[in-house]
Write a protein that binds this ligand. Structure first.
Ligand code: SF4
Length: 256
C-alpha cells in the first residue's frame, strides 16, 4: 500500500473508515460539500495565476476573477453539492472571490519566488514504505525551496501546530531528496484570514515527523480489527449508511 497524508488522517479519524476506503475499496456515491467545491475553484484559479506566469504572462485580477466565476458556473451542480451552514451558494461564491482578490493584491506582481511546479505529485520511501502526496506550488527563492499550501477553511492553526505539521514536513522530505543543496521552507496561505505563515524546515522537526509517521504505519500494518471510532465527523462520512449495519461488502461493489 502507498500511504498519503489523507490516508493517515483517515486512520486517525476512524480505523473502520480507513478499511472501507483503502483496503476494501468500497465504492460509494460521493457527495461534495460546498466547502470542498469552493476550495477546488479557488485552487484552480491560483494555479492559473502561476501557470500563466510560468509562460511569462501576468493575468490581471479581473481576468482571474472571470476565470473563477466561469469555472464555478460550469462545475456547479445543485443536486450533488451539499450546502452546510448559513451561507447560500451565491454568498460562498463571493467569499471565494474575496479570498482570491485579497491574495492577488497581497502578492502581485508575484515576483517573490519563481515557480518550479504546480500540483506536483511527490512519491518517496520512508523506512521502506511508499508515501505520496501533492504539493500545491513548489517555488525557489534564492537558495530556498518553498512548499506552498493553500487553505480555504475557516480554521487558523497556531504556529506550534504548523511546526509539527505532518503533511508539509512529509513533502519537505521529498523536496530535500530532489534538491539536496537547498534549504526548505513551508509556506501556508490561510486565505480566509489573508494570512501567510512560514516555517523553516529543521532536521529535528523532520526526524520527529519521520518517527511518528513510521510508528503510525506500524500501527496500521498491525491492525486487525479496524474498529469504528464514532464522532461528530460520522455525519460527513461517505460510509455512514453501510457502517450502521456493517454490511458494506454485501451492499456495495468493491474494486478488485
Ligand atoms: S460512520 Fe463513523 S464510525 Fe462509521 S466508518 Fe464512518 S467515521 Fe467510522
Amino acid at each position: 500500500m502507498i500511504f498519503s497524508h489523507s490516508s493517515f488522517s483517515c486512520f486517525e479519524q476512524c480505523p473502520r473508515k480507513f478499511r472501507y476506503r483503502y483496503i476494501d475499496k468500497v465504492k460509494t456515491e460521493t457527495e461534495e460539500t460546498i466547502e470542498t467545491f469552493l476550495g477546488k475553484r479557488v485552487h484552480e484559479s491560483l494555479e492559473k495565476i502561476y501557470r500563466d506566469l510560468m509562460l511569462e504572462r501576468l493575468r490581471s485580477l479581473e481576468e482571474i476573477l472571470q476565470f473563477y466565476n466561469s469555472r464555478w458556473d460550469k462545475n456547479w451542480n445543485d443536486d450533488k453539492i451539499i450546502i452546510n451552514g448559513n451561507h447560500g451558494a451565491e454568498e460562498r461564491k463571493k467569499i471565494g472571490a474575496k479570498f482570491l482578490s485579497s491574495y492577488y493584491n497581497r502578492h502581485s506582481p508575484f515576483n517573490h519566488s519563481r515557480t518550479i511546479g504546480l500540483e506536483i505529485q511527490v512519491r518517496f520511501r520512508l523506512n521502506g514504505f511508499g508515501i505520496k502526496g501533492f504539493i500545491d506550488r513548489l517555488a525557489i527563492a534564492g537558495d530556498t525551496i518553498e512548499i506552498h499550501d493553500y487553505k480555504t477553511g475557516s480554521y487558523l492553526p497556531a504556529l506550534e501546530q504548523l511546526e509539527q505539521d505532518r503533511q508539509l514536513h512529509l513533502y519537505a522530505m521529498a523536496a530535500k531528496k530532489m534538491y539536496p543543496f537547498a534549504n526548505v521552507e513551508l509556506v501556508w496561505h490561510f486565505l480566509a484570514f489573508d494570512k501567510e505563515i512560514r516555517v523553516k524546515v529543521l532536521e529535528e522537526r523532520l526526524q520527529r515527523v519521520c518517527d511518528s509517521t513510521s510508528s503510525l504505519i506500524g500501527k496500521i500494518n498491525s491492525e486487525k480489527e479496524f474498529p469504528k471510532k464514532q464522532s461528530k465527523l460520522c455525519a460527513w462520512c461517505e460510509f455512514r449508511n453501510i457502517c450502521k449495519d456493517g454490511s458494506a461488502l454485501d451492499k456495495f461493489p468493491t474494486s478488485s
